[in-house]
Design a protein around this ligand. Structure first.
Ligand SMILES: NC(=O)c1ccc[n+]([C@@H]2O[C@H](COP(=O)([O-])OP(=O)(O)OC[C@H]3O[C@@H](n4cnc5c(N)ncnc54)[C@H](O)[C@@H]3O)[C@@H](O)[C@H]2O)c1
Length: 442
């Protein structure tokens, strides 16, 4: 099939590449000329494990192209995917200006004698498919038979996006059009060969499914973070509680890890947007308000512990920070808890040297020389007064503790991701504070 993907960020580039991988002819469109130039030159623009190999192979095979021209991009396309940003607007609702702007432009470009399926892959509030349709028809009322708008929310996780896209747990497709349904089914069949379902539904239910899924996962995280808070106060160990809870099939083991709050480009904005949508629909979704509040507080969780250790005097103290990305295996720093920690520590007068395997470039762009960066994991520790861990990259899980001991001024670790065993830290003589577990204090 001939596919156009509008927006070539995390979702668009993965979507376009994976459709090319199953033999489709794909053109990705982006307004950012730097992105398009780099991609056309064979340089990948985001870090996503496994993506580069597929990207280069399909580009070489001539199945994957990039352009800044919407008109050229959609020429002859049978299906057009919108993988555009839906950032929070000032009031917290999803800002649809990118989606509706492109919809408006498409109105002037769609062939009135042809037929094309336009797919919302972005995370959008209920009713957006109708708005996209209306925006196109407003431009040209004669197009009513020439297109259908389908909702196909994306559930990929950054860090494992290629695997998630190639073998999705499910594909959700919202449409009332039999013609569009048939084409979408044909396109997605290669991705569900193991029998995972393609679930067809109406557009509104599909739009809400995505928000419901993300809000539920965020709720699970905030719930566990509150249990962790209780554990600290009552002397229980959240790791044990988590294992005990997670073995119950009705609860499940995943997403029960406490930490320093969720971040990223999806959970924060999606929970906020769903709460806003609920309000607009006349429903006060109390649970979501609590989820957001708990998360905001949790991002600060390590700070009182750090301040307490330094007896509230962080002026001139050197803090080593491992982990900047909002989660491992990505260079994405949007809403990353590490950024909150950095701001609070800088405000308290500390100096920070950070290391992250992939996200340093993005943080440099954001913070410039307000903090130092270290190209090597252990160099960040030289003469530091303490180590703070903000992201659970695999390479932080079994570090060389003797190296850490010799490089740090004090054997002190604040771990926002519960990476280390408490007994081991006790044996090694570290002062070690984590989340929802007792403080190890030799
Ligand atoms: N990142 C994720 O993990 C993830 C997962 C599932 C769903 N989503 C949703 O998918 C959507 C896209 O997210 P993303 O993370 O890929 O965003 P992104 O910011 O990484 O990428 C968006 C891209 O769209 C481009 N763009 C903006 N306006 C454009 C226009 N008029 N024409 C062409 N290109 C334009 C930008 O230059 C950018 O490259 C959002 O709604 C998001 O909520 C994201």
């Amino acid at each position: 099939m001939k596919i156009a993907v509008i927006g070539t960020g995390y979702v668009g580039l993965v979507t376009g590449t994976c459709f090319a991988e199953t033999g489709n002819d794909v053109i990705c469109v982006d307004i950012n000329t730097t992105i398009v130039e780099k991609l056309n030159a064979g340089q990948i623009t985001i870090y996503e494990p496994g993506l580069e190999k597929l990207f280069l192979r399909n580009q070489k095979e001539g199945r994957l192209h990039f352009t800044t021209s919407l008109k050229a991009g959609i020429e002859g396309a049978q299906i057009i995917f919108l993988a555009l940003p839906t950032p929070p607007g000032e009031d917290g609702s999803a800002d649809l200006k990118y989606i509706l702007g492109v919809a408006h432009d498409l109105g002037g470009m769609i062939d009135p004698k042809g037929y094309v399926v336009i797919v919302d892959k972005s995370t959008v509030p209920v009713g957006t498919a109708d708005k996209v349709k209306a925006a196109i028809l407003k431009t040209d009322a004669n197009l009513s038979e020439a297109f259908d708008v389908v909702s196909n929310p994306e559930f990929l996780r950054e860090g494992v996006a290629v695997d998630d896209f190639m073998k999705p747990d499910r594909v959700v497709i919202g449409t009332g059009s039999e013609k569009a349904k048939k084409m979408m089914n044909e396109l997605f069949i290669p991705f569900v060969r193991q029998g995972n379902p393609i679930i067809f539904m109406d557009e509104k239910s599909a739009e809400l499914t995505k928000y419901a899924a993300n809000a539920f996962l965020a709720t699970k995280i905030s719930f566990m973070n509150e249990i962790a808070q209780l554990c600290e106060r009552l002397g229980a160990d959240v790791d044990m509680v988590r294992k005990g809870m997670g073995s119950d099939e009705r609860i499940g083991r995943r997403f029960l890890f406490p930490g320093i709050g969720y971040g990223g480009s999806c959970f924060p904005k999606d929970v906020q947007a769903l709460a806003k949508s609920a309000g607009e629909a006349g429903y006060d979704f109390k649970l979501l308000e609590a989820v957001m509040l708990v998360n905001k507080k949790q991002k600060q969780h390590l700070l009182p512990k750090i301040k307490n250790w330094f007896q509230s005097d962080l002026k001139g103290k050197k803090i080593a920070l491992w982990g900047l990305a909002y989660k491992p295996n990505t260079d994405d720093i949007r809403e990353a808890p590490a950024l909150d920690i950095i701001e609070a520590l800088l405000e308290a007068g500390a100096q920070i040297t950070a290391y992250d395997p992939e996200a340093m470039k993005n943080v440099k762009q954001l913070l410039g020389d307000r903090i130092q960066f270290s190209d090597r994991q252990y160099d960040a520790l030289i003469d530091a007064d303490a180590l703070v861990i903000a992201t659970e990259w695999s390479e932080f899980r079994t570090p060389d503790f003797s190296k850490i001991s010799s490089l740090l001024k004090n054997k002190v670790i604040f771990d926002g991701r519960n990476l280390f065993d408490l007994h081991k830290m006790e044996e090694l003589g570290f002062h070690y504070e984590s989340v929802g577990r007792k403080t190890v204090n030799p």
